[in-house]
Structure formats: C-alpha cells, structure tokens
Design a protein around this ligand. Structure first.
Ligand SMILES: C[C@](O)(CO)[C@H](O)COP(=O)(O)OP(=O)(O)OC[C@H]1O[C@@H](n2ccc(N)nc2=O)[C@H](O)[C@@H]1O
Ligand SMILES: Nc1ncnc2c1ncn2[C@@H]1O[C@H](COP(=O)(O)OP(=O)(O)OP(=O)(O)O)[C@@H](O)[C@H]1O
Length: 281
C-alpha cells in the first residue's frame, strides 16, 4: 500500500462570475467560467502509525491543524472510511492566501483526491465532489479537474473544452478581502437575461469577449487600486484584465509569453505586490 503522495494543487481564475440570486441560507446561485492555472501549492499526504490528523503549513494567516480546510478534508474521509488511521499533511503554500485564487479549496481537493488513493477508499469523483461542497463552494471544481462552467453555488460543473490556452499575469496587491464580506455587500440587480457562453473560443481575444465579474462592484470601490492594476495590465499589453473571484487578485490574459513576461517585470516594480506569470492548465 502507498504510504505517501505528493500533489500539486493549482490555483484558479474566474473568467466569468455572474451572481444570479441570493438563497435563503445566505449562499448565492452563480454562473461561472473557472480555469485552473499552473501556480500550485505542494500538498504532501502521508499515512502514519500515530492516529489523528496533523497539518503543517507554516504560513502566516493560514492555520495549522483543525482550522485548516485540508484538515477538514482528511477528517471527512477518515469518518467515512471508519478507519482509525493517522494522517500527516504538509502544505507548501505558493498561492497567495485569501486572494480570490481558491488556494485553500485546492488544497482541500488535493487531500480528498490523495487520501482516497492512499486509503484505497474507491470513492468516485462525484462522491468526492459531494463531500467537497460541504467544505467549500469552490472545492468540487478542483476535484473535477477540468475547465468548467460552474452553476449552483459552484458545485454543478460541466466541462468547457473549447477554451484556448493563455498566458496569465497575476497581480495581488496584498489587501485583506473576505469572501463572505464581498457576497454580503453585493447589491443584486435584476438581469433581463444571462449572456450566452459560446461553446468554443477561437483565441485569447475571444475569451476576452466573455470576461466579467459581478463581485468587482463590491471589491473595487473598497480597494480602487484594483482598477489601477487592471489599467496597468492593459497598458502593458494584456488582451484584457479582470479581478478573480472575490479579489483582490487581478489577472491579465496574454497570447504571447514574451509580452506576458515583460508585463510581469513592469508590474514587479511595485514591491508591495505579488506578481506571477503563469499558464492556464
Ligand atoms: C468567489 C469564489 O471563489 C468564486 O469562485 C467562490 O464563490 C467562493 O468560494 P469559497 O471561498 O469556496 O466559498 P465558501 O468557503 O463555501 O464560502 C465563503 C463565503 O462566501 C459566500 N458564498 C460563497 C459561495 C457562494 N456561491 N455564495 C456565497 O454567498 C458565503 O457567504 C460564505 O460564507
Ligand atoms: N489550506 C489553506 N490555504 C489557505 N487558506 C486556508 C487554508 N485553510 C484555511 N484557510 C483559511 O481560509 C481563508 C481564505 O482561504 P483562500 O486562500 O482559499 O481564499 P481565496 O483564495 O480568497 O479563495 P476563494 O477564491 O475561494 O475566495 C484564510 O482566512 C485562511 O486562513
């Protein structure tokens, strides 16, 4: 039996995020286009002879132990398996925290996928997604592992195969943005109809045609620097730019590696910002 597994847990960007309605439980029905990118946390999961779950992360602002969403994933699977196993989880965080990039959700999904293998539980992807949505609305997407149209609260996923690859420049101005606060402060507007999402996109410029995020209406007025970063990315040659998720990270889409790297270098001159040049997965 395998004793240990190392998984790359990728971040995501939301190419589109439409908020449709607020549910009685406070969650929101959404329609999103979700894309993984190759900025990854490294999650090492090991079985141990000592019972209990231990999570080590060592990143400020991310709890070790029970408060970590990766701990919750391990607990959910151990409870289901009814096995008194010991599990050690080490997370090397490369994805900025509370950034709109889904880092915690991706770590959580990695533990669900990895521990299912290590313990030989044989749970299907759908079963893991059902467990995942109880831990976080973005978790099922990272279990699904495909570019998706996400509906419901984010758990109803259909693959979108027609999206071309792109270079992505991420800029996180390191501001504290709480996802719960953003959704709570959103003024929902009645929409005549939802924009159509094409089945296929010819090039990066075509992706730009659907880019939109309803949550910008809450986060940008609170943190106008987000608009500044969007403008700067365009000035540096991005085909388009948008805030990801609840923010504050902004991404720019590029069809050329050279332009993306040059833009990354230009934006890095602000030393308070996290800047990364990555590719879609
Ligand atoms: C902003 C996004 O990242 C876009 O992908 C997600 O919608 C948020 O997903 P997440 O962080 O995994 O969300 P959760 O951890 O389940 O919830 C955090 C908070 O966001 C709000 N929330 C989240 C998802 C959703 N569909 N409606 C919501 O209103 C809830 O108030 C909740 O208290
Ligand atoms: N493994 C983890 N990685 C990151 N944050 C975690 C983790 N476990 C718990 N947390 C807590 O979750 C909160 C935000 O997590 P995360 O980095 O996933 O936010 P996010 O990128 O804004 O996610 P989203 O795009 O889903 O809104 C932080 O307050 C952090 O302390």
């Amino acid at each position: 039996m395998l004793q240990s597994i190392v998984l790359q847990a990728p971040a995501k960007v939301n190419y589109r995020l439409d908020v449709i309605v607020r549910r009685p439980d406070g969650y929101h029905e959404l329609r999103m286009i979700m894309q993984r990118i190759n900025l990854c946390d490294e999650v090492t999961i090991s079985l141990s002879s000592e019972p209990g779950i231990r999570v080590r992360c060592g990143r400020e602002g991310v709890p070790d132990g029970e408060g970590n969403i990766a701990w919750k994933a391990a607990k959910a699977l151990l409870d289901l398996a009814g096995q008194p196993s010991g599990v050690e989880i080490a997370i090397q965080k490369n994805i900025p925290v509370a950034a709109g990039l889904g880092g915690g959700s991706s770590d959580c999904a990695a533990v669900l996928l990895g521990l299912n293998e290590l313990l030989g539980l044989g749970l299907s992807r759908e079963q893991l997604m059902e467990i995942g949505v109880k831990l976080g609305a973005d978790v099922p997407f990272f279990v699904f592992q495909q570019t998706s149209l996400a509906e419901g609260i984010g758990e109803k996923l259909s693959p979108l195969n027609g999206l071309p690859p792109a270079w992505v420049v991420l800029v996180n101005p390191n501001l504290p943005v709480s996802t719960a606060w953003v959704y709570k402060n959103l003024q929902l507007t009645q929409r005549e109809r939802l924009a159509t999402i094409p089945d296929s996109f010819e090039d990066v410029a075509a992706i730009c045609g659907v880019l939109a995020n309803d949550l910008e209406a809450v986060t940008i007025p609170a943190f106008p620097v987000i608009s500044e970063i969007k403008r700067e990315l365009i000035a540096q040659g991005a085909c388009c730019s948008l805030m990801s998720g609840s923010g504050p990270t902004v991404f720019g889409l590029f069809d050329s590696e050279a332009t993306a790297r040059k833009a990354g270098d230009a934006l890095r001159t602000n030393r308070d910002w996290f800047v990364a040049v990555v590719e879609t997965v």
